[in-house]
Design a protein around this ligand. Sequence first.
Ligand code: SF4
Ligand code: FES
Length: 248
Amino acid sequence: MTDTRTIRIEALRFNPETDSAPRLQRYDVPFTPDMSVLQGLQYIKDHLDGSLTFRWSCRMAVCGSCGMMINGRPHLSCETFLRDLYPGPVRVEPLDHFPVQRDLAIDQAGFLDKLAAIKPYIVSAKDKPLSEGPSRQTPAQLDAYYQYSQCINCLLCYAACPQFGLNPDFIGPAALSLLHRYNLDSRDIGWSVRADVANAEVGVWECTVVGYCSEVCPKGVDPMHAVNENKVNSALDYLGVKRLLGGR
Ligand code: SF4
Ligand code: FES
């Protein structure tokens, strides 16, 4: 027999084009133990209210598109289960600190600009013809940046960051983690091509080391560590020591 219970989901509704203020709308959702919050929202959309707006794609914590505040904390809705939130209610809201596009969907444009600014790709010292084959790395060289390469751009860390809440120009935890990921890659030129972003007023020094970004990351990335390591790089750069030490 299927174990079906009912839980109340309170969803923030807001259309900036027509509404003067956000409001909460309540839905009673039947659920089975295997249903995530995302599936609860999909039930609402399919059976109760087709106008509810939210993002999702992979349903398996890979694409990073389903992030939202769930009971006041940033989560991926596809890997948060209704059974763990029973008896509810479950409050779902858009990620903190971002402009709302509609209901639970945020405007990601500012983050995409920041992502482009850190050059999220390998910058090689020289063009290498394909005929020379792959650029091999040792396991140790891979380990140096591996955790930072796990970022799925879900933006939970930005919703957790009080500094980003105060200053939306702060380049922020995920972009700085990815900056570090490429700087640590043995195939990349490193610090010299991204120093301007890290050293900027809204770069690493804007971070006040709260650390909540690292706590909420669903992929085990430690953005606070990346930022701290780049504070050291930035200080050495300022003092002119980084180049003396042979930093890339
Ligand atoms: S660092 Fe973690 S929380 Fe931040 S965007 Fe990447 S995966 Fe999401
Ligand atoms: S739907 Fe892709 S991470 Fe949740």
